[in-house]
Design a protein around this ligand. Sequence first.
Ligand code: GAR
Length: 187
Amino acid sequence: MVKKNACIFISGAGSNLNNLISRSRDYTFPINIKLVISNNSRAKGLNYAKKNLIPYKIINTHSRDFEYKLLKDLKRYNIAIICLAGYMKILSKNFINKFDKKIINIHPSLLPKFKGLNTYLRILKEKEKKTGCTVHYVDDRLDNGKIILKKFFYINSKDNEMNLKNKTQRLEYSAFPEAIIKLFRNN
Ligand code: GAR
């Protein structure tokens, strides 16, 4: 199988990045990770890129031409898909249109419910019966775009922010790779 080149965008811990790196070692997994982008120079997740010798770049989203430079890098690495894995910035409409390939995001709720930040606390406060994660295409609105897949579990009365996060992230580690497989299954 001919694998596609992927670029993973992160801002923080990078556990989804780490999971995608290990999944991509499997020759049947449709992507190879060729580039990691972070808007945060202190993101712990950068260590996974370093450890696995994957090129990485820190972007300064305040600089006027960062999107232009980024698009050039994505072209240079022949990137066919961008996966936002805990990337906490919104991509501009201009960037999304110009990249013109797949861009997907993972979010720790059952979208369209609970877009944005502090997801777990809001879910607990609203006394939701179930929660989970969603992988979706990215548009220029926060946690928006066509849904690719969702996975859920039932919340129990003892759940708190910490273990809701653990349970959700465990689901993310199967949902993100599954969504990627689904996207490339027929092309
Ligand atoms: C993930 O749980 C992801 O769903 C969330 O950030 C976390 C990053 O964790 N993304 C969002 O909230 C996007 N709106 P990680 O850095 O350990 O992969």
